[in-house]
Design a protein around this ligand. Structure first.
Ligand code: 5GP
Ligand code: MN
Length: 497
């Protein structure tokens, strides 16, 4: 076994890491995470001497002391560095000044318009540069790597609308740049790390998915309409711990990966693939962070509107078609009414299938047809499409531990918020959401044993290549959480009087 020595600078100190060729990606990430004294929710980035982002993985190139990498916790605050937030401040002050002048003089003087256009042009420059190194993008014209600058911290003074508009501007600014081949390939696999990307970048990656599956050509979608649609989808995910835009991105990316891994492009029609990817994208739109049981028990507006029948999933789907009803976002507008009906019907079925209350029924149906599965049978295809969306939806544990672990924190945070509210309102509390009863291992061992393994193994029977890509990682996660569960049980036993 060969060992690799990596020299890197973190928090101003030059450090050395050593690992063997058989080390796992998760271990390498953990090693650097520990070295940076980073919290689980922090995002780490490694830069080489040219300032280009390099992937933190076992394949990280060995280097010398002189050519050390720079390791940074990019989620931390950026004091003293001129960023877009300074620019926001400047714009805000300028706006204030303009209204004062308008009040006094009645018109905006030329000098002020000039100043505004300078600030706007500076913003464009800053934003385009800011994103290039961060996303690993290269300009089309030649191979010039643009200077790296750290990402912008969240700007609490901005309201939601302004923040979204910033994301929109960044998305449009960087959308014409070419995503590197390495990122395009990673995007087709379950090891893709969502935590390395911010919202505008994820929108670009979603655009790549739609483009790479030839949807723009097949369904005559104009790029601008696709961009408007993706941006509206982003706007309709709420800023909540789990069911947020990041979750939407992960589910869509997993679907995209599964389509490539199983070679579904040669087994299903383009329309079916489009239904699956778009359903994944829309499947949790406007999720309020409280599940169906809460909706029904608390008799919320959603439960009333949908008569307690999958209130959330009905809502997600209705919001999706509400977005598509706007002509500038309607990626279905150039289709025949037959095609539109077919896609609408397909998306409704796929999105409603994500209600976990339907889980056993759908899985049993798939089990019954799996051994004689026929890709030309309409009903078989429909069940498979639902299964694919379901698998993508609950696939976090199929990802590398370093990617999956923060997702569990997010999920439990949302669960605990719900159970706290249920206690406060005197509503029934689901035990699996109760902070006094649940632990990470207890939550995962039963979910993996009873939900993930049966579902993933059934799909892997139809596509044996998935064993290695989703079934085995989930098996490893079960092992990991079982060991943790046992350790905490043993500890409890020894500390009890
Ligand atoms: P979603 O609400 O995302 O459409 O449906 C998936 C549901 O499955 C989640 O709300 C959650 O209850 C459950 N789920 C998904 N992933 C996990 C996981 O990793 N652990 C546990 N315990 N539940 C999960
Ligand atoms: Mn979901």
């Amino acid at each position: 076994m060969t060992t690799k020595i990596i020299h890197f600078k973190v928090n101003g100190k030059l450090e050395t890491a050593e690992f063997g060729s058989d080390v796992s990606a998760a271990d390498v990430k953990d090693l650097f995470r520990a070295a940076a004294e980073a919290e689980p929710h922090h995002i780490l980035k490694m830069y080489n001497r040219e300032g280009t982002v390099v992937k933190i993985s076992p394949r990280l190139e060995a280097n010398s002391r002189e050519s050390y990498y720079r390791l940074e916790v990019v989620a931390s605050d950026l004091q003293g560095v001129a960023t877009a937030s300074d620019l926001d401040n400047m714009e805000h002050r300028l706006h204030h000044l303009e209204s004062r002048v308008l009040q006094d003089v009645g018109t905006t003087p030329d000098i002020m318009s000039e100043l505004k256009s300078h600030v706007e042009s500076f913003r464009r420059k800053l934003e385009s540069v800011e994103h290039l190194s961060w996303i690993g993008l290269f300009k089309d014209d030649g191979d010039q790597h643009l200077a790296k600058s750290p990402p912008k911290p969240r700007t609490p003074q901005l309201n939601v609308q302004e923040e979204r508009q910033q994301v929109r501007r960044k998305f449009l600014n960087i959308s014409s740049l070419q995503v590197t081949e390495e990122v395009r390939e990673l995007l087709k696999t379950p090891i893709f790390d969502n935590w390395q990307w911010e919202e505008a970048e994820m929108l670009v990656l979603l655009q790549v998915m739609f483009t790479n599956l030839d949807f723009l050509t097949a369904f005559h979608i104009e790029l601008e309409v696709l961009q408007n649609f993706l941006f509206e989808v982003y706007c309709h995910y709420n800023n909540i711990p789990f069911h947020n835009f990041q979750h939407c991105f992960c589910v869509t990316q997993m679907m995209y990966g599964l389509i490539w891994l199983t070679d579904l492009r040669n087994k299903l029609g383009r329309t079916d693939l489009f239904i699956m990817l778009t359903s994944a994208l829309c499947h949790d739109l406007d999720h309020p962070g409280y599940n169906n049981v809460y909706q029904i028990n608390a008799q919320t507006d959603l439960a009333l509107r949908y008569n307690d029948i999958s209130p959330l999933e009905n809502h997600h789907c209705a919001v999706a078609f509400g977005i598509l009803a706007k002509p500038e976002c309607n990626i279905l507008k150039n289709l025949s009414s037959e095609q539109y009906k077919h896609i609408r019907g397909g998306m409704i079925k796929c999105i409603l299938a994500t209600d976990m209350a339907q889980h056993n029924e759908i899985l049993n149906r798939f089990r019954s047809i799996q051994s004689a599965f026929d890709f030309s049978n309409k009903e078989h295809k429909e069940v498979l499409m639902k299964i694919m969306v379901k698998v993508s939806d609950i696939s976090n544990e199929a990802r590398p531990m370093a990617v999956a672990a923060p997702w569990l924190d997010c999920l439990l945070q949302e669960f605990f918020n719900q159970s706290d509210r249920e206690k406060q309102k005197g509503l029934p509390v689901s035990p699996f959401m109760d902070r006094d009863k649940v632990s990470k291992p207890s939550s995962q061992t039963s979910f993996i044993r009873f939900v993930l393994l049966p579902l993933f193994s059934e799909l892997s029977k139809l596509f044996p290549c998935l064993e290695q890509h989703i079934l085995e990682p989930v098996g490893r996660a079960l092992e990991y959480y079982s060991v943790m569960e046992k350790a905490s049980r043993d500890e409890e036993a020894t500390t009890k009087p």
